[in-house]
Write a protein that binds this ligand. Sequence first.
Ligand SMILES: Nc1ncnc2c1ncn2[C@@H]1O[C@H](COP(=O)(O)OP(=O)(O)OP(=O)(O)O)[C@@H](O)[C@H]1O
Ligand code: SF4
Ligand SMILES: [Mg+2]
Length: 341
Amino acid sequence: MAEPDEPVLEVRDLAKLYPLTQGVVVKRRIGAVRAVDTVSFALRRGETLGIVGESGCGKSTVAKLLVSLERPTAGTIHYRGEDITRLSGRALRAVRRNIQMVFQDPYTSLNPRMTVGDIIGEPFEIHPEAAPKGDRRRAVQELLEVVGLSPEHLNRYPHQFSGGQRQRIGIARGLALRPEVIVADEPVSALDVSVQAQVVNLMERLQDEFGLAYVFIAHDLSVVRHIADRVAVMYLGRFAETGTGPEIYDHPTHPYTQALLSAVPVPDPVARTRRTRILLPGDVPSPANPPSGCRFRTRCWKAQERCATETPVLAVPTDLAGPAAHASACHFAEERTEVRA
Ligand SMILES: Nc1ncnc2c1ncn2[C@@H]1O[C@H](COP(=O)(O)OP(=O)(O)OP(=O)(O)O)[C@@H](O)[C@H]1O
Ligand code: SF4
Ligand SMILES: [Mg+2]
């Protein structure tokens, strides 16, 4: 049985490799894409972990592993003390109810031929114990109200809603089974900036109301700033730096975080002049053939010989103190404040 302060989710050394094959009829395995490679974190009740990184760094793969849409190649995911990567059948279904996903694109993730009522009520078909048949219509109407939509919209179709409203429908569906954890994979990335804040505010309100824990994925550090209690910056399948919001935004120590932060737009013109923009050379290397040692070294301005031979571990650097002393996977981690947004 889980202790009260035990994490809801605990992820240890999670890895997902996709086989790389060649040939149409006879497929030969020629390598592997290391989409996620030794990722570890814990998530407590009511807490939000923001995961941020560029396209292809493995964010969606982490999300799919957490909700059991994919099986890990290695590592464990404990939900309330139980390793869910070993479960199958009824036991897995029971756990899945508690960990739900909200998808990125509200335009493609809702079936256009289903009414909103059927979309939101769909989880009850898989988990009939969550709402008896006679109560389902009322349950769906309640969920519509909870996310700020009219309960009368039950019989409408997704195309009759705006992008922001559709994402509210996606969130209502995610809430239907009263999960403890919601994994939101770029839930606002497809929305206009003005609508993004409304959806983030709604998610914050629902978190307080239902004691939800969130894994909130974004490719931009600014999106998770207000909602995340802790932030993990991801690069090529690994976490480069993790810490609380103030540690990451005000005291970043990993060069990759510093570069990402320096690219976040700053509205205040005075603050903008004090800031240094770091432009990274080259592209992100292929996860099928990641650089040896530190994966960031091919784009890092601080890289030295040691970076090619020794993989930096995600740990608190012993020579740093105060808010700079948080986990950073860099041999030469040091604070740099002129990149702050
Ligand atoms: N089913 C798959 N088969 C092979 N490779 C895959 C598969 N799914 C993902 N990948 C690869 O794994 C890596 C990580 O992909 P993932 O979708 O997790 O990235 P992401 O961070 O979510 O990117 P984005 O910001 O574009 O959504 C990419 O190189 C991708 O091409
Ligand atoms: S370990 Fe080396 S290459 Fe990697 S981020 Fe630190 S300085 Fe750069
Ligand atoms: Mg993705």
